[in-house]
Write a protein that binds this ligand. Structure first.
Ligand SMILES: C[S@@+](CC[C@H](N)C(=O)[O-])C[C@H]1O[C@@H](n2cnc3c(N)ncnc32)[C@H](O)[C@@H]1O
Length: 288
């Protein structure tokens, strides 16, 4: 146990205020993550297992390790420890209702439909979008693609597998379950999404605060429960960049505790709960 000074959190590892400040600077500059000083005990408890795993004695040692050029994987472990991958099928289901009742009828007139799930975690959000699209878009009009990105390569491997505990699929509507989810042979407690769904989605690693190597435009962007980890400047830059990637009339869906603010606000019209349409037309979305 370290009791090295008043600014040191008591515990297994030495963690001074200076260590916390250095960690917060790194988390912000590389990943946009906002760590208020009140989060010091939380950060300690989340990262203690990384120090143990790496055989380190203090957070100062951990910072030195993160500074090394070949420790990119540990930096991602840091993001994983400081954020959560919590997600579920049809989470915040009013967004999928909006996709089905308001956006899909408009999209059906287009040949090409592009949707981005930004911060997709283990993929349930992207598969929920895929099911909603396949259900709602007439077969003849289907040039559908979903881009699903996350910073965390381990969670993306899970997403690409499309395999989930059966109990996690209870929020999938029953008719969608029977169309697109199958029990895994020999593992009745697990299900796998169909190849038809997987074929619509490209999963890719992307740090949202870095460059985006694709043009768009997208018809809809889902970025839910991700910006909540970012400081306000990073959030506001993100909203502006999303506005640039959406087509006129495209929709941005954000998480239940997130709000649009800053220079991007005039670009959008509120179109429902945590739902924003780019441009002033055609006004609030109404279910058909
Ligand atoms: C709570 S999950 C949200 C999953 C899904 N969007 C939902 O709402 O159910 C947050 C995800 O954001 C990802 N994330 C955190 N920081 C990121 C960053 N800088 N760039 C891209 N993804 C990030 C995490 O890896 C995690 O999978």
């Amino acid at each position: 146990m370290s009791l090295a000074g008043a600014d040191t959190l008591p515990g297994e590892f030495t963690f001074t205020d200076a260590d916390f400040d250095a960690l917060a600077r790194l988390a912000r500059s590389e990943f946009g993550l906002s760590l208020a000083s009140s989060k010091k005990p939380l950060v300690y408890s989340r990262l203690a297992r990384r120090l143990r795993a790496r055989g380190l004695a203090s957070f100062a040692d951990y910072m030195s390790l993160l500074d090394q050029g070949d420790e990119a994987a540990e930096r991602l472990e840091l993001v994983s420890a400081l954020t959560t991958n919590v997600t579920s099928f049809f989470r915040e289901k009013h967004h999928f209702e909006t996709l089905r009742t308001a956006l899909i009828p408009e999209l059906a007139a287009q040949k090409r439909i592009r949707i981005w799930s930004a911060g997709c975690s283990s993929g349930q959000e992207a598969f929920s979008i895929a099911m909603t699209l396949l259900d709602g878009v007439p077969p003849g009009a289907r040039d559908l693609r979903i881009l699903a990105t996350d910073i965390d390569p381990a969670i993306l491997r899970k997403a690409r597998s499309g395999r989930y505990p059966a109990e996690d699929c209870e929020t999938v509507p029953a008719d969608f379950r029977s169309r697109w989810l199958r029990p895994l042979p020999g593992q009745p407690e697990m299900v796998e999404v169909s190849a038809e769904l997987k074929a619509l989605i490209s999963f890719a690693e992307l740090n949202l605060i870095c460059d985006w190597p694709f043009k768009g435009p997208f018809d809809a962007i889902f970025c839910r429960n991700v910006a909540i980890y970012f400081d306000q400047d990073t959030q506001q830059r993100l909203w502006t960049r999303f506005a640039e990637k959406l087509r006129a009339g495209g929709i941005l869906f954000i998480g239940h505790s997130e709000r649009l603010s800053g220079p991007a606000l005039p670009e959008f019209t509120t179109a429902g709960v945590t739902t924003y349409r780019k441009g002033a037309t055609p006004g609030p979305l109404r279910p058909t």
